[in-house]
Each structure stands twice: as C-alpha cells, then as structure tokens.
Design a protein around this ligand. Structure first.
Ligand code: THG
Length: 283
C-alpha cells in the first residue's frame, strides 16, 4: 500500500514494501524551551533551523507541533506552516490535539499533509474525518478510543479497523489512513513494547496499512535512550513500521542499516550515501 504525501513540489511515497520514511519529530516544544521562547517573540528562525537540520539528517517529512501553554495554536500553527513552506519543500505532518488548529493549518498549507492525529473516539472522528476529506489530507489513526488505551493488541487492531471503516465512509481513500499502534514508556510497563510490536504485526499482516509511531516514547525516564530507541525501531520495522516519528539526528543510521538488512537498499546505496554524508570533509 502506498500513502502519498506532498510538499510544495516534493512528493513522498510511504510504501509498505519500500524503505522507511522518517518523519522528523523535533519541531515540538516538549523539552525545547528555545522553541517556545522564539515562537512567543514571533521569531521563526529557530523553527527553520530545526527544519533544515532534520532534513539534512534524513527526515523525509516534518512533524509540526507548536502547542504549549498559553499559545493560540489556531493562529500559530498556520503561521508556522506558511513560514516553513516558504523555505522548505518536504511534506508536513500537522500535530495538534486541537481540530480547529489543524483545519486552520490545512487552509494555508500547500501539497498534501498528514493529520496527527485522529483516534477512535467519536468526538475525534466527527471533528477530523470531514476536515481530512475536505482538504485532501491523509490521517494518522491512533489505536485508542472512548474506552481509553487497551493493552490487548487484538483490541488495538479493532480500533484501527474502526477508524479505517469510518474514514472510508467519509470518502477518504484507504491508503490515506496511517495507523499508529501506540508506543508507550517501557519504564512504566514492562510489556509496553511487546504490546506495540504485536499490534504492528497484526496491522501489517491483516490490514496492510502504513504504520507510524513516536520512536522515542518508549525510552522516557531511562538512560541511553538512543540505544533503546534504535533497538525498538529495528524490531518495529521488521514487524511492519514504515514511517516512524523520530529524531533523524539519532535514528537515521539505525533506519538505513535496517533497510539494508531487510533487502530494501540494493547495493547499500542509501546506507553508504548516509555514512558519507555524516563524515567530516577531508582536505
Ligand atoms: N504518535 C504520534 N504523534 C506523536 C507521538 C506518537 N507526536 C508526539 C510524540 N509522540 C513524538 N514526538 C516527540 C518529540 C520529541 C520527543 C519525543 C517525541 C523528545 N524529545 C527529546 C527529549 O524530550 O528529551 C529531545 C531530543 C532528543 O533527545 O531526541 O523526547 O507517539 N502519532
């Protein structure tokens, strides 16, 4: 299955049979105080810096989250989208819990965005599916619903099926629903990663949809997050993850290595290219 996203000119195909697409996570105020202070001053230079450095590090798509306490993200999200698209060309993933902010951003966005996110709650489906249809956006469907978060992979699969069915009824194409199995901190629940890995396997084998997840969620509260995230990333890709939301500075090497190991990088072209791009210039 192929989900196509578009920037101003660039097209990105997320292909269940192809190499992994990286959605850069770093435009997110979580633990990035500088992002909050610069945005509060109406200064977009740091957002642009984060965008450019992530693209250089291997991001194919950029997640854009500008939500922080006290912000009017119905105004700030579209403004940020405008500034980003005036300067960079990759497709955007609009990340806000506020459906009105998502809609305001879609109004000004060029290309085809990914909405982050819809979930199985009636309120979420009712607010966002018509918006996705109207603006021709793809959606991320989170495997949680009005009953909260289940630890049963079959139940998470059933929520994914419900979101897909409702999206189809709204006139959204099947391939435009990217499923998020939910990745949670393994420090809080020893089985958290296993539940997610099994959900990925079920969604991949039974539904065949593209799959995303926050790659660094699992390592909250633990040391050496990079190693943990890389281990989980590799196993997740093997099970069917196709477009993680991650920090490309830290995850691209593991992603390129896994693609090569899984026969998705003929003659190691992308692996070697990435390696060379990270070497200091030799004179
Ligand atoms: N699913 C979907 N969307 C999501 C998530 C998900 N969006 C938000 C989040 N989870 C993914 N994005 C982030 C962004 C930043 C961080 C984690 C997840 C983060 N930043 C580091 C920190 O806090 O220490 C700072 C940089 C770093 O060390 O990498 O952790 O699950 N659909």
């Amino acid at each position: 299955m192929i989900t196509t996203l578009k920037g101003t000119n660039t097209e990105v195909n997320i292909n269940t049979a192809g190499p992994v697409v990286i959605i850069g996570e770093s435009i997110n105020p979580t633990r990035r105080k500088k992002l909050v202070t610069t945005l509060q001053e109406g200064d977009f230079s740091f957002v642009l810096e984060l965008a450019e450095s992530q693209i250089k590090a291997g991001a194919d798509v950029l997640d854009v989250n500008v939500g922080f306490p006290g912000v009017d993200d119905e105004k700030l999200l579209p403004e940020t989208v405008r500034v980003l698209q005036d300067n960079i060309d990759v497709p955007l993933c609009l990340d806000s819990p506020n459906p009105r902010a998502i809609e305001a951003a879609l109004k000004v966005a060029r290309g085809k965005c990914l909405i982050n996110s819809v979930n199985g709650e009636e309120r979420s489906l009712a607010a966002l599916l018509p918006v996705a249809k109207e603006y021709g956006a793809a959606i991320i469907g989170l495997c949680m619903d009005d009953d909260g978060i289940t630890h049963d992979p079959e139940k998470r699969l059933a929520i994914a099926e419900k979101i897909i069915e409702r999206a189809l009824k709204t006139g959204i194409n099947q391939e435009d629903v990217v499923v998020d199995p939910l990745a949670m901190a393994v420090s809080a629940d020893p089985n958290a990663c296993l539940v997610t890995l099994e959900t990925i396997r079920l969604v991949h084998t039974r539904l065949g949809h593209n799959i995303t997840q926050g790659a660094s969620n699992i390592s909250f509260g633990l040391p050496d997050r990079e190693s943990l995230n890389a281990a989980f990333m590799t196993l997740s890709i093997f099970n069917g993850l196709t477009c993680p939301i991650a920090n490309p500075e830290k995850i691209t090497a593991a992603v390129r290595a896994t693609d090569l190991v899984l026969g998705r990088d003929d003659f190691a072209v992308r692996f070697v290219e990435y390696f060379q791009s990270r070497q200091p210039i030799q004179y």
